[in-house]
Ligand binder design. Structure first.
Ligand SMILES: [Zn+2]
Length: 320
């Protein structure tokens, strides 16, 4: 499967055909990390800056797409971006978390748990891990596990083999969720500006979704991560939204019709997944780097949100 995917990418890139991709596009990953950075405690923020490569200039979001750039240099890392299910709308770690050779834990949930554990070595000079890379991988994979089609069906490679038209452009279903919907949303609602979209999502966190935020990190096993739950949510959303009503050669945007059902009914799902990924990444990193903090995330989120909202309101930014 990994090999098939690899040749598929090669094939597509050579022919400049519809792109095949494996994670939120660059923009999606940058947005997730920009949201996360808002919710770091002071100690977490300092530790993250300490671990970042110099080229990041203290900004985690600049390195969040990095794992996609190294997936062919670090060939072993390729299966860590996703999970395949055997054509069912449920996910099971014991059944689904493995690479194409059947090696256990080689999937996005295994990777999140693994890099979380590695980062606990911070401050231990005997640690053999490259914690800079551990941080960059973790920040990327927490984004990936929230993209619904990263927990998709094996047969269609998470929607990569489902060719569709996004408005007038030929692409594939996976790429629609990685990139096309974000691009269209940015263009239509946010002046083609990534920071405005992040701002809009952050306002939703404190407004429309404020009652849900408490539950976003609601799981039993808080010592490691809740990545299993995030993967289960993704396959459900993949079935109920991403795959729903889509066939080979479907047209998902009709340029001659002013309203588009697929885009408008799926965009709120996509925006909430970006928000959840950001908030949960911050929670994971705060737990690792600042475990003693009496950090009550929902109140922190609300207070940050109010500040941001007031700032935006003062600047005359309308809520979208
Ligand atoms: Zn990825």
């Amino acid at each position: 499967m990994g090999l098939i995917l690899f040749f598929q990418i090669l094939f597509f890139s050579i022919l400049s055909s519809p792109p095949s991709s494996h994670g939120w596009g660059k923009e999606g990953h940058i947005m997730v990390c920009k949201i996360a950075q808002q919710y770091f405690t002071e100690k977490t923020a300092k530790t993250v800056i300490d671990l970042l490569p110099e080229s990041a200039e203290g900004d985690l979001s600049t390195v969040c797409p990095w794992a996609d750039q190294v997936r062919f240099r670090y060939h072993w890392s390729s299966p860590l971006h996703y999970i395949n299910t055997p054509g069912v709308c449920t996910y099971k770690y014991s059944r689904d978390c493995h690479n194409s050779k059947g090696e256990k834990d080689m999937c996005v949930v295994g990777a999140i748990n693994n890099y979380t554990e590695q980062l606990r070595d911070y401050g231990d000079s005997s640690s053999g891990y490259n914690l800079t890379e551990s941080l960059m991988f973790l920040a990327h994979f927490v984004g990936d596990v929230h993209q619904p089609l990263h927990v998709g069906y094996e047969a269609d490679e998470g929607g990569n083999t489902i060719i569709v038209h996004w408005y007038r452009r030929k692409t594939n279903l996976h790429h629609v969720w990685d990139t096309n919907m974000i691009e269209t949303a940015m263009k239509d609602f946010y002046n083609d500006d990534l920071n405005s979209m992040v701002e809009g999502i952050r306002m939703n966190i404190t407004e429309d979704w404020s009652d849900e935020v408490d539950h976003w990190e609601n799981c039993q096993n808080k010592r490691v991560t809740c990545a299993n739950s995030y993967a289960s949510e993704s396959i459900h959303l993949a079935c109920n939204y991403a795959y729903k009503d889509v066939e080979q050669n479907s047209t998902l945007g009709e340029w001659w019709i002013t309203t588009d059902d697929y885009f408008f009914s799926r965009l709120p799902v996509l925006e909430k997944r970006l928000a959840q990924a950001g908030v949960r990444l911050a929670l994971i990193l705060n737990r690792i780097f600042d475990p003693k903090s009496v950090w009550e995330y929902s109140s922190v989120i609300r207070s940050i949100g109010d500040k941001e909202f007031n700032r935006a309101a003062n600047a005359g930014l309308a809520r979208i």
